[in-house]
Design a protein around this ligand. Structure first.
Ligand code: HAM
Length: 417
C-alpha cells in the first residue's frame, strides 16, 4: 500500500472540522483589526528565501525542498510566509495603498526537518503581517492579536517571551563583545559551549551546566546594548503590552531561526507541548523589503503553527453535522424522483442526502438514523405525483404525502421545533 510521505499528515474530516474553527477564529480576530486574507503560491524562486530568510539559517542550509523547474530555474517549496508576502507586496505595488497593508494567511509550508510529534515536513501556519508601519503600536497590536487567537482556541499553558534585537549593526557588535566575554571565561564553560563560541555564542545562554550558568549571570545582554531609539521603541512596546494586560517574560537570549528580524522579537510557547513547544512567533523586520530590492519599508508580523495550536488546545466544540432530510428509495425506479427531491431540498436551504449505496430499505433507515437525519422521505415509485412517506425520525411518526409537499412540510416543521 502506498503511504503518505514521512512527516506529512492527512487531515481527516474530524480534524478538518477543528481546523475550520482555527480559520474562523483567525478570520474573526484578524478581520476585526483590518487584516485581509492573502494567499501566495506554494513554490517560489529559491532566491527569495536565500536572500529573505538568510543564507546562514538552518532553514536555508538544511530544510528547503528545492528543485529545478525543468528550464534551469531553481524553485523552492515555501518554508515560511513572510518573504513571499513581502514579494507579493512589492510585485503588486501595494506600497501605493494606505499603509500599513495588513495581511493574513492560512497556508501550508514545507521544511525538510526530522519529523517528530509537533514537527512535520508539511505543516500549516496562520500568519499576520503589517507592512509599512514603524510604530510600536503595530508590534504590540500583533502580539495582542496572537494572544487572543490562542486564547479563543483554549490553547493551554502559554508563555510569551519577548526581546529586542535592535539593528543588525548593534547585533554584530554585541556578538563580538559576547565572544570576547566567553573567551575570557572559557575555562569555566562546558566543552560544548566552548567549542561553539565562534559559531553560535548565543547558545551559551541556554546551557544547563552550573559552570556556564554561573558565567552567564555576568554576561552582557543585547538588551543592554540597544541604541537609544531602539530601546525607546522596545519600552513603548512593553508599555502597551502592560496596559493591555498581556504577560510576558523578557528573554534577552531569545533567538529566532530567521535572519530578517530587527527590534522586537517574540515567541509563544506552550507547556502542553513536548520538545516542540514553540506555538507561534514573529517580530519586526524593517530591512526585509529592502533586501528584496524594494524601498525601505518597516514591517512586523507573526506566524503560528496550526497543528501545534490544535495539539495544545482543549476540546473544541465539534461543529454539528446536521442532516434535515435523507431521501430513501423503496423501489429502484423512483431514483429520478429521489434525486430531484434531494436537489430541491438543498436549493431550499436544507441539508439533504440521498441513498447512494444501494442498501435495502431497512438498511437505509438504519443509515438515516446513524447520520442523525431529522426526516426521511421514502420514495416509492417513479410517477411525477409519486406518493412519498415522510418519516419524522424524532417522533417516529410517518405519513403519506406527495413529493411536492415534502419540502414545505420540513421547512414548517423545522421552524416549529
Ligand atoms: P517560525 O518560528 O519559523 O516563524 O514558525 C512559526 C510557527 O510555525 C512555529 O512557532 C511553529 O508553531 C510552526 N512550525 C514551524 N516549523 C514547523 C514544523 N516543521 N512543523 C510544525 N510546525 C512548525 C516563521 O515562519 C516566520 N515567518 C514568522 C513571522 C511572520 N515572522 C514575521 N512574520
Amino acid at each position: 500500500m502506498i503511504q503518505a510521505p514521512k512527516g506529512t499528515d492527512d487531515v481527516l474530516p474530524d480534524e478538518a472540522a477543528r481546523r475550520e474553527l482555527v480559520e474562523a477564529h483567525a478570520r474573526r480576530i484578524l478581520g476585526a483589526a483590518g487584516y485581509r486574507r492573502i494567499e501566495t503560491p506554494a513554490f517560489e524562486a529559491t532566491e527569495l528565501f536565500t536572500r529573505g530568510v538568510g543564507e546562514a539559517t538552518d532553514i536555508v542550509q538544511k530544510e528547503m525542498y528545492t528543485f529545478d523547474d525543468g528550464g534551469g530555474r531553481s524553485l523552492t517549496l515555501r518554508p515560511e510566509g513572510t518573504a513571499p508576502v513581502c514579494r507579493a507586496y512589492l510585485e503588486h505595488g501595494m506600497r501605493k495603498l494606505a499603509q500599513p497593508v495588513k495581511l493574513w494567511y492560512l497556508s501550508s509550508f514545507f521544511r525538510a526537518e526530522a519529523p517528530q510529534r509537533g514537527r512535520y515536513r508539511q505543516f500549516w501556519q496562520v500568519g499576520a503581517e503589517a507592512i509599512g508601519s514603524a510604530g510600536a503600536e503595530s508590534d504590540a497590536e500583533l502580539i495582542v492579536l496572537l494572544a487572543e487567537l490562542l486564547e479563543s482556541l483554549g490553547v493551554k499553558g502559554t508563555r510569551l517571551r519577548l526581546s529586542s534585537l535592535g539593528t543588525p549593526a548593534t547585533r554584530s557588535e554585541y556578538r563580538e563583545e559576547l565572544k570576547a566575554f566567553l573567551r575570557a571565561h572559557q575555562d569555566r564553560l562546558s566543552a560544548e559551549v566552548r567549542s561553539r563560541i565562534d559559531l553560535n555564542p548565543m547558545r551559551a545562554f541556554d546551557a544547563t551546566d552550573p559552570g556556564t550558568r554561573e558565567v552567564m549571570r555576568g554576561a552582557p545582554t543585547l538588551l543592554d546594548r540597544l541604541a537609544p531609539e531602539d530601546a525607546e521603541h522596545f519600552d513603548q512596546v512593553r508599555r502597551l503590552l502592560d496596559d493591555a494586560g498581556v504577560r510576558y517574560e523578557l528573554d534577552p537570549a531569545l533567538v529566532r531561526g530567521l535572519d530578517y528580524y530587527t527590534r522586537t522579537v517574540f515567541e509563544f510557547t506552550s507547556d502542553a507541548l513536548g520538545a516542540q513547544s514553540g506555538i507561534g512567533g514573529g517580530g519586526r523586520y524593517d530591512g526585509l523589503i529592502e533586501l528584496l530590492e524594494g524601498p525601505h519599508t518597516p514591517a512586523a508580523g507573526w506566524a503560528a503553527g496550526v497543528e501545534r495550536m490544535l495539539m495544545a488546545a482543549g476540546e473544541l466544540p465539534a461543529p454539528a453535522d446536521y442532516v434535515d432530510l435523507f431521501v430513501a428509495l423503496a423501489a429502484p425506479d423512483g431514483s429520478r424522483i429521489a434525486f430531484e427531491l434531494a436537489r430541491e431540498a438543498r436549493r431550499a436551504g436544507l441539508q439533504a442526502q440521498l441513498e447512494l449505496a444501494g442498501r435495502s430499505l431497512k438498511g437505509q433507515l438504519k443509515h438515516a438514523d446513524r447520520i442523525g437525519a431529522r426526516y426521511v422521505a421514502i420514495v416509492g415509485d417513479a410517477r411525477p405525483q409519486a406518493t412519498v412517506s415522510l418519516k419524522d425520525m424524532e417522533s417516529g411518526e410517518q405519513r403519506e404525502t406527495s413529493a411536492g409537499t415534502v419540502i414545505p412540510t420540513i421547512l414548517r416543521g423545522s421552524r416549529l421545533s
